[in-house]
Design a protein around this ligand. Structure first.
Ligand code: ZN
Length: 592
C-alpha cells in the first residue's frame, strides 16, 4: 500500500511541471472485511497559504443531504517530503491544510464504507462499490484538472467503471466532475460485454439470486437501441450496467455513462418482478440523456456543498419513468396488457393519494430535498416519480391530440437533448415552454400553470379516450381507508387516508388494531373483516395506542373493490388507433 503511494508520489511530485495539473487518488481495499478502505489523494503544488479539501454533502441522483464526510477517519496531511502539515476542520465537510511553503499536498484517511442502500460506498469481503462523491476528497481549485485512480485490491478482484482505464486497477478522467459521476465497482463479478448500434456495453453482476445473467444481458441488449425512439444520438461510446443482487435494499442510480441497479436477490421472479427489473434498467439508461446529458439549470454545474434547487425534478424523474415501460413494449419484452396494468396501478395510487390535490409537481420538485417520502406523506404531498409520470402522460396526450399525432412528448426531449448539453447550460421551465410553443405553434403557459405549477386535476377517462382506451372500475366494496402491516399482537396502521372513515373515526398511523367487533384480526383477517361487511356498516375497533387498550366505532364507506383496469374500447375509431400508434409506437392491441 505504502509502496504504491510512494510510486504515485514520485510520479506526481518529481515530474517537471505538466501543462495540466493532476490529482492522483489511490485506494487500498486489501482488508475489506470491516468495511474499511485506505484512501490517499495527492494534490498538485500550490503556492497558496492553505488548501481546502472536502467531501460532498450529497451525491447526484439522491436529492437529499447525506453529509458524506461522515465516513472519513484518521485524516492526515503531509507535504511533498512527507512532513506533516497542520490542518483544521472549518465546517462539517471541509479540511483546511496550512502550507508553510509552496508545495504539493498528500492527504490520507481511512474510509468507513457500509452504505449499500444509499449507493454511495460499500466495501466488504466480496466487493467494493465506490461512488467518488462518498470516497474521494476534492479541492475546488483543482475541480477542472485531470484525475487518476489506482486501486489496490484483494487477489482476483476485477474493477469496472465508466471512466477510461489505462491498465488493470487504474482509471483516469479529464476532471473531478467525470470522476464523481463514474462510480467504481470492484470484486469478483460476472461480467458481460456486447456492442449494439455502434456502442459498447458492459454488464456486471455482484451477488447471486433467482436470475439468469445470460437472459438478463440478452434483454438489456434489446432495451438499449430503443433510445432511438426518442433521441437522434448517443451521449457516450461505452456504457456500464452494474447490477447488485442484494439482500434487503433496492433502488438504482444513474451516472453519466454507467448505472448501479440494486434488486433484492430473490426479486427477479416471477415475471412481473423481472419486468420491474428491466423497467428500472430502462429508467436508468434513459437518465443518460434526461438528467445526465441535459438537465435543469439549478444543477448546472452541480454544487456539491449544498441543496441545488429546481422546479423540474418531476420532468427528470417522472418523465424518465414515463418513458421506461414503452422501451420494454417496443423491445417486445412487455405485453400491452402488462403495460396497461402498470398504468392502472399508477392511477390507483393517484386516487389514494390525497396529497395529489394539495401539492403541484413543481412544488414537489423544489421541496424534494426535504421530502419525507413513503406512504405517510401521501396526505399532504406527492412524489416526483408518480405525479411526474402523470404530468408527462397528460402532456404527451395533449400534444398528440392537439397536433393530430404530429408532435409527441418525445420530440420535446429530443429538443432538450440538442439544445441543452449540461456541460454548457441547463434549462428552465420557461425553456421547456418555449420548446412546446415552437413545436406546436401555440402557447402552453396556461396548460403549465394548471398541470405543473398547480396540482393537476386528472380526468383519466379523458386522458385515455383519444388513444382508444378506457378505465374500468371494479365493483364497490366496504372501505375503511387504512393500510397496515403485521405487528406483534395485531396489525399496525401504516397509513390513514385523509377524509376516509378511519381518519374520521380518529385512527392514526402506528395504532395497533387487535380486534374488530370483538374478534381478533391477525394478518389476512384484517382486510377480510372489512371486506365482508357492507358500506355503511358500523364496527367496533379495538386497538392499542401507546400501550393503552381502547375502542372506537368506525362507519365503513364504499370504494371500488379492486384496482381499476385499463382496456381497449369496444369499437376504436381509425383516429384512436392511429394516435395510439403515435403514442407508444406499437400497433393498437387487437380485440381479445
Ligand atoms: Zn430516476
Amino acid at each position: 500500500m505504502l509502496g504504491q503511494w510512494k510510486y504515485l508520489a514520485a510520479a506526481t511530485l518529481l515530474a517537471p511541471a505538466a501543462a495540466q495539473a493532476r490529482v492522483d487518488y489511490a485506494v487500498d481495499l486489501t482488508s475489506p472485511e470491516h468495511h474499511l478502505g485506505q484512501v490517499s489523494a495527492i494534490f498538485p503544488k500550490t503556492s497558496a497559504p492553505y488548501l481546502d479539501v472536502k467531501m460532498p454533502a450529497w451525491r447526484t441522483g439522491r436529492y437529499t443531504i447525506l453529509n458524506l464526510a461522515n465516513g472519513v477517519r484518521r485524516f492526515t496531511a503531509v507535504d511533498g517530503q512527507g512532513h506533516p502539515l497542520a490542518w483544521e476542520k472549518i465546517d462539517k465537510s471541509t479540511w483546511r491544510i496550512h502550507l508553510k511553503q509552496p508545495g504539493a499536498v498528500r492527504v490520507g484517511y481511512e474510509l468507513y464504507a457500509n452504505e449499500l442502500g444509499l449507493r454511495t460506498r460499500h466495501i466488504d469481503d466480496s466487493h467494493a462499490y465506490l461512488d467518488a462523491s462518498a470516497t474521494f476528497m476534492y479541492a475546488d481549485r483543482y475541480r477542472a484538472d485531470d484525475v487518476s485512480v489506482a486501486l489496490n485490491v484483494p487477489t482476483g478482484w476485477k474493477s469496472y467503471s465508466g471512466m477510461s482505464s489505462p491498465g488493470p486497477q487504474r482509471f483516469v478522467a479529464p476532471n473531478w466532475d467525470v470522476l464523481v459521476d463514474s462510480p467504481i465497482e470492484t470484486g469478483i463479478e460476472k461480467a458481460y460485454r456486447f456492442s449494439e448500434d455502434g456502442r459498447d456495453y458492459e454488464v456486471t453482476f455482484w451477488g447471486d439470486g433467482n436470475f439468469d445473467p445470460d437472459q438478463a444481458v440478452a434483454d438489456i441488449r434489446k432495451i438499449v437501441p430503443q433510445a432511438k425512439s426518442i433521441w437522434s444520438g448517443y451521449p457516450f461510446q461505452r456504457y456500464v450496467f452494474m447490477v447488485h443482487a442484494t439482500d434487503g435494499v433496492g433502488g438504482a442510480t444513474e451516472h453519466r455513462n454507467s448505472t448501479v441497479i440494486q434488486i433484492p436477490r430473490w426479486n427477479f421472479q416471477p415475471r412481473a418482478r423481472y419486468l420491474d427489473f428491466l423497467s428500472t434498467t430502462a429508467h436508468e439508461f434513459i437518465h443518460t440523456w434526461n438528467v445526465k446529458y441535459y438537465r435543469n439549470a439549478g444543477m448546472v454545474p452541480y454544487d456539491y456543498d449544498r441543496e441545488n434547487y429546481t422546479d423540474l425534478l418531476w420532468l427528470e424523474e417522472g418523465s424518465t419513468e414515463y418513458f421506461a415501460d414503452p422501451f420494454l413494449l417496443r423491445a417486445g419484452l412487455m405485453k400491452a396488457d402488462e403495460y396497461f396494468e402498470n398504468l392502472a396501478r399508477l392511477v390507483d395510487r393517484h386516487h389514494h393519494k390525497p396529497g395529489s390535490a394539495e401539492q403541484s409537481v413543481a412544488d414537489a420538485s423544489f421541496n424534494e430535498w426535504i421530502s419525507v417520502g413513503g406512504d405517510r406523506a401521501n396526505n399532504a404531498s406527492v412524489d416526483i416519480y408518480d405525479e411526474g409520470q402523470i404530468a408527462s402522460w397528460l402532456l404527451d396526450i395533449a400534444l398528440l391530440e392537439q397536433t393530430g399525432g404530429r408532435v409527441s412528448y418525445r420530440d420535446v426531449h429530443e429538443a432538450l437533448y440538442r439544445r441543452f448539453p449540461a456541460d454548457r447550460r441547463g434549462f428552465t421551465a420557461a425553456d421547456v415552454r418555449a420548446i412546446l410553443k415552437e413545436l406546436t405553434g401555440t402557447s402552453w403557459d396556461a396548460w403549465w400553470a394548471q398541470n405543473v405549477d398547480a396540482p393537476a386535476a386528472v380526468d383519466f377517462d379523458r386522458l385515455l379516450a383519444p388513444v382508444g382506451l378506457r378505465l374500468e372500475a371494479g365493483p364497490q366494496a366496504a372501505w375503511a381507508g387504512w393500510s397496515a402491516t403485521a405487528a406483534p399482537g395485531g396489525m399496525q396502521l401504516r397509513t390513514v387516508e385523509r377524509g376516509s372513515p378511519a381518519w374520521v373515526a380518529g385512527f392514526v398511523p402506528d395504532d395497533i388494531i387487535v380486534a374488530i367487533d370483538g374478534k381478533r384480526v391477525a394478518n389476512d383477517r384484517f382486510d377480510a373483516a372489512v371486506a365482508e361487511r357492507q358500506p355503511g356498516n358500523t364496527v367496533a375497533v379495538s386497538y392499542f395506542r401507546r400501550d393503552q387498550l381502547a375502542e372506537k366505532r368506525l362507519t365503513l364507506a364504499s370504494t371500488p373493490k379492486s384496482r381499476p383496469t385499463i382496456v381497449p374500447v369496444a369499437k376504436p375509431t381509425p383516429a384512436q388507433m392511429a394516435l395510439f400508434q403515435r403514442w407508444l409506437l406499437i400497433p393498437y392491441p387487437k380485440a381479445q
